[in-house]
Design a protein around this ligand. Structure first.
Ligand code: UFG
Length: 331
């Protein structure tokens, strides 16, 4: 039975929600985070915390020696597709190079299981319909490449060094768990639902749709949205699966339903009751037309079930979170 989990990026968005879920299930959890974007306040006081950059090998190894985790869940990294096109070296450094350093340290210190935050961006621009874990991987942006390279490193290293790994390919993550004590501001937010909620609250005068000439029913891109709490729980389901079957695996993490950018903006207007201004802009570099997950592997192998798949519920939780951030900023 896995007892001790070390979470990298545990002060960030997905990391902090997974931390909350893991602590709730009685795991002993420690966090490594360099606090470049995360907040110290989201880490419960009972968790050991190492303010360390993953490329600082002596400090990472010290944390592994002290805490002796049997599992590492690796979230730390950069996540913005457009930024990865503008600054690819940052993505290969923060996502590939830093992960390689961490994997090397984990091998040296006999970590048995390694769960990696990957992305649907590894699929590139699929033809249409849903993508499964065996669909071809052809990233169309440096972000997707930087994650796919780490997937390869994990797969190769696991064969030679005997640890088990799971790769979780996240589709579009949104929403929040309001039980999190601290609200994380993300001043440079670029994600669709987050920016739309900020627009509802008057933080932006309008929101721009990046491209209305895609080959989709309404001309805008299609994405598959998963609630952050469902995604956080998926990590623990996957960990149970790896432990029970002593297995490595790749999992798509989405809901299996596609919504266009326009449909999402409709949902945000419907849920908020605010008809904020929407502008039509040109396509954003690096954006695939449509990404929808086939989630049967996650459901069948681990027993994971979405609890918040309704898009209005996802949007309303995201909106509540943005309100909480605004309130905490004005205190
Ligand atoms: N979009 C807009 N206007 C905005 C923001 C986004 O039109 O102000 C559009 C984008 O062009 C895209 C869609 O909304 O078509 C979703 O964009 P996001 O920035 O919210 O998310 P991405 O799909 O680019 O990327 C996210 C994660 C990745 C993950 C990917 C998988 O950041 O880690 O979802 O679909 F790989």
């Amino acid at each position: 039975m896995t007892k001790k989990i070390l979470i990298t990026g545990g002060a960030g968005y997905i990391g902090s929600h997974t931390l909350l879920a893991a602590v709730g299930q009685g795991y002993d959890v420690a966090v490594i985070d360099n606090l470049s974007t995360g907040r110290r306040e989201v880490i419960p006081t009972e968790c050991a915390f190492y303010e360390v950059d993953l490329v600082d090998k002596p400090k990472v190894e010290q944390a592994l020696k002290e805490f002796l985790p049997d599992t590492v869940i690796h979230f730390a990294g950069s996540i913005d597709v457009r930024e990865s096109v503008e600054n690819p070296i940052k993505y290969y450094a923060n996502n590939t190079y830093a992960s390689l350093a961490l994997i090397e340290a984990c091998v040296k210190h006999n970590v048995q299981r390694f769960i990696f935050s990957s992305t649907a961006a590894v699929y590139g621009n699929p033809d249409g319909g849903t993508v499964s874990e065996t669909s071809p991987t052809f990233p169309i942006n440096p972000y997707g490449h930087s994650k796919l390279m780490t997937e390869q490193i994990l797969s190769d290293a696991s064969k030679s060094h005997g640890f088990r790994y799971a790769i979780l390919r996240y589709f579009n993550v949104a929403g929040a768990d309001l039980r999190l004590k601290a609200a994380q501001p993300t001043p440079m937010a670029t994600h669709l639902i987050k920016v739309a909620c900020q627009t509802v609250l008057g933080l932006h005068p309008s929101i721009k749709i990046f491209g209305t000439d895609y080959e989709t029913a309404d001309g805008t891109c299609i994405r598959d949205f998963i609630h952050i709490s469902d995604l956080a729980r998926a990590h623990l389901n996957v960990l149970d699966y790896m432990t029970e079957y002593d297995a490595s695996a790749v999992f798509n993490c989405g809901n299996g339903q596609g919504y266009s950018v326009k449909q999402i903006l409709d949902a945000v207007q419907r849920v908020s009751g605010i008809n904020f201004k929407i502008e039509h802009g040109s396509r954003r570099a690096g954006d695939p037309r449509s990404l929808i997950a086939d989630t049967s592997c996650l459901r069948n192998k681990t027993g994971w079930v979405a609890q918040h798949e309704d898009i209005d519920e996802i949007v309303s939780s995201a909106l509540a979170w943005e309100r909480k951030i605004l309130e905490s900023a004005s205190l």
